[in-house]
Design a protein around this ligand. Structure first.
Ligand code: SF4
Length: 353
């Protein structure tokens, strides 16, 4: 069946799940509820900071208390949340609590999908009762040709939330991927999501050791993953909605849209926002930040156009102000470009004096 093209080489047959439609607009928060998982898939892309660790992240923010997570959802104007891991079902009480909290705070229309490698009817029922809207099951690759053994049909019988499979499109695994689609259709699931296989710091050895290659020097996608997804859609896209989500779609569409939303909502009067959703800012670095503040006051810079950042030991100044003043200030001055994310990751700096 012919697929319907999306941005950045992503595509789908029939229809997209609601979770994916919201993700496409950058309106979903990614909530990693734990890095722990009972499986050990060789292709698992989870970073070193998260893999096997019992940590919680809301997008890039390390969550220490519930308000951190709620604050991040507000900052991006989230209309939904994707709960992921590790395996969220390893920390069932926490996961259920977060689902309830999000629904209470943002209303029943806040769409929540969840990814898991666990097949457990009791847990699925608890999630559904808490308000989960969409369940995405990831059968580990060694079970793709023996899916009946997982007894997924019994586990999802009569659930009223949407249920689908979500797996990486592993090159060379056409039979397994077709088996995933056929089984999904046989047991009445709603969709199959295929993620483009990506290399990361943690799965690099395992992927390269299996003879996989990256698509190009500037891509983390593996060669052949997109092509095998096309084949799967061609052969099975008419029996079940199949969605291929490319690696570049995640960066160029989902992430960029989310950054733009966050930048727009969190920008201060001193922040300049680029068309890509990045923040442009002037930064003064000196051992005597108090003195730098006094200098700006002497130059009659309005107080809303500069701010002391104690944590990062720097004075932030509106870019256009610092560009004008840098030549007469006895401090190191820079023009800095940063992500508008909670961790404010710096991507570029240019000295101004
Ligand atoms: S099930 Fe998912 S999170 Fe767990 S090891 Fe496999 S890819 Fe990683």
């Amino acid at each position: 069946m012919h697929s319907i093209p999306m941005e950045s080489s992503s595509c789908y047959t029939k229809r997209l799940s609601r979770g994916c439609r919201l993700c496409r607009k950058g309106t979903k928060m990614v909530l990693l509820v734990t890095g722990k998982c009972g499986e050990s898939c060789y292709y698992c892309p989870l970073s070193e900071a998260k893999k096997g660790k019992d940590v919680v992240y809301a997008n890039e923010l390390l969550v220490r208390e519930d308000d951190d997570m709620i604050g991040e959802a507000v900052a991006i104007g989230a209309r939904g949340t994707g709960i992921t891991g590790g395996d969220p079902l390893m920390v069932m009480d926490r996961t259920v609590r977060y689902i309830r909290l999000l629904k209470e705070r943002f209303g029943p229309g806040h769409h929540i999908h969840l990814y898991t490698a666990t097949v457990d009817r009791e847990k699925f029922l608890r999630l559904q009762e808490a308000g989960l809207d969409e369940l995405r099951i990831h059968p580990p690759i060694e079970r793709w040709n023996a899916l009946e053994e997982l007894r997924i049909a019994e586990a999802v019988e009569d659930l009223h939330m949407m249920v689908g499979f979500e797996v990486p499109a592993v090159p060379g695994e056409l039979e397994g991927l077709l088996s995933i689609c056929r089984h999904a259709a046989d047991i009445g699931l709603d969709f199959v999501n295929l993620n483009e296989l990506e290399v990361s710091e943690t799965n690099c050895q395992a992927l390269l050791g299996r003879g996989f290659h990256v698509r190009s020097d500037v891509s983390s996608a593996m060669q052949g993953s997109m092509e095998i997804s096309w084949q799967v859609m061609e052969e099975a896209g008419d029996i079940i909605p199949v969605h291929f989500c490319s690696s570049s779609f995640k960066d160029q569409v989902q992430l960029r849209e989310r950054l733009k939303r966050r930048a727009k909502r969190t920008a201060r009067p001193m922040d300049l926002i680029t068309s890509e959703g990045m923040v442009l800012l002037g930064v003064i670095e000196t051992d005597d930040l108090e003195e730098a503040v006094r200098s700006l006051e002497e130059q009659d810079v309005p107080p809303e156009l500069f701010k002391l950042d104690e944590k990062r030991k720097r004075l932030e100044v509106a870019a256009w102000v610092l560009e004008d003043l840098a030549a007469v200030l006895p401090f190191r001055c820079y023009l800095v470009e940063e992500y508008p994310t909670a961790d404010r990751l710096e991507v570029e700096r240019q000295p101004l004096n």
